[in-house]
Design a binder for this molecule. Structure first.
Ligand SMILES: O=C(O)COP(=O)(O)O
Length: 237
């Protein structure tokens, strides 16, 4: 059913789009490195490793610290135990230094009131996605949460988008992906849906405009029905 708003389905990236997560991810990485007796990494490095899932981020941090290729880290017999240690630290850190970006909660509430289907589409593993969303009381604002390990493939594979288009019976041209990275732009392009990007997130250190999203929006308030929609829905806070 059409909502009177330009989109019936909006998928949101998590890290760097809905929630600033990098500071507590860096804390958890450095807790782990310290517990193993290795020197810490810098926040700026962690920012650039976000996008392919938190496990991959840990692989990149260890590859950097050990001076070895990522494949060697993945194959290292110690990796499983180090990942388990990281998981403990990350769950302890969840919600301590992350925060939703300006306009996120209000916009999601207003879109829900308009009847738009809202989905989180992240490469972060489900065991971390849910605690982050819970820490900021965001879970209930979404119809569905698709993490990096929910389906057999993750972004930039478009399977999650295709699955949502079918599930909610939404035509492709009424679906929007909102993200912060080249991975999000590629995912939307593979699915043939619109993609808008925020400039404040993590795009491996590159400006997001260079990735060619359909629009760069200053923050999520640009999506609010009162700003974008044709229907006069109240902009509730
Ligand atoms: O966990 C990650 O590296 C990426 O998460 P994102 O897809 O929400 O940006």
């Amino acid at each position: 059913m059409s909502t009177g708003y330009p989109f019936d389905l909006i998928l949101f990236d998590l890290d760097g789009t809905l929630v600033e997560t990098a500071p507590e991810i860096a804390d958890a990485v450095n807790d782990t490195l310290q517990a193993c007796g290795w020197a810490p990494v810098e926040q700026q490095q962690v920012d650039r490793w976000i996008g392919h899932g938190t496990r991959e981020l840990l692989v990149q941090a260890l590859a950097h610290r050990w001076g070895q290729p990522a494949d060697a880290v993945r194959a290292d017999p110690r990796f499983g135990a180090i990942e388990a240690t990281f998981g403990t630290h990350y769950l302890r850190r969840c919600g301590t230094r992350s925060r939703p970006y300006p306009g996120v909660r209000e916009t999601l509430q207003a879109l829900r009131a308009q009847g738009v289907h809202l989905v989180v589409l992240t490469n972060k593993e489900a065991r971390y996605t849910h605690p982050v969303l819970e820490a900021h009381a965001l879970t209930a604002l979404f119809d569905r949460v698709i993490s990096g390990d929910t389906l057999p493939v993750k972004k930039p594979n478009p399977l999650a988008i295709e699955d949502c288009l079918l599930r909610y019976a939404v035509p492709r041209e009424r679906c929007l992906l909102v993200g912060d990275s080249s991975i999000d732009v590629a995912t939307a392009r593979h699915a043939g849906v619109a993609v808008w990007a925020v400039p404040y997130g993590y795009n491996m250190g590159e400006p997001i405009a260079a990735c060619g999203p359909d629009r760069v929006i200053p923050d999520l308030s640009a999506l609010a029905p009162a700003v974008l929609g044709t229907a006069a829905a109240p902009f509730t806070v």
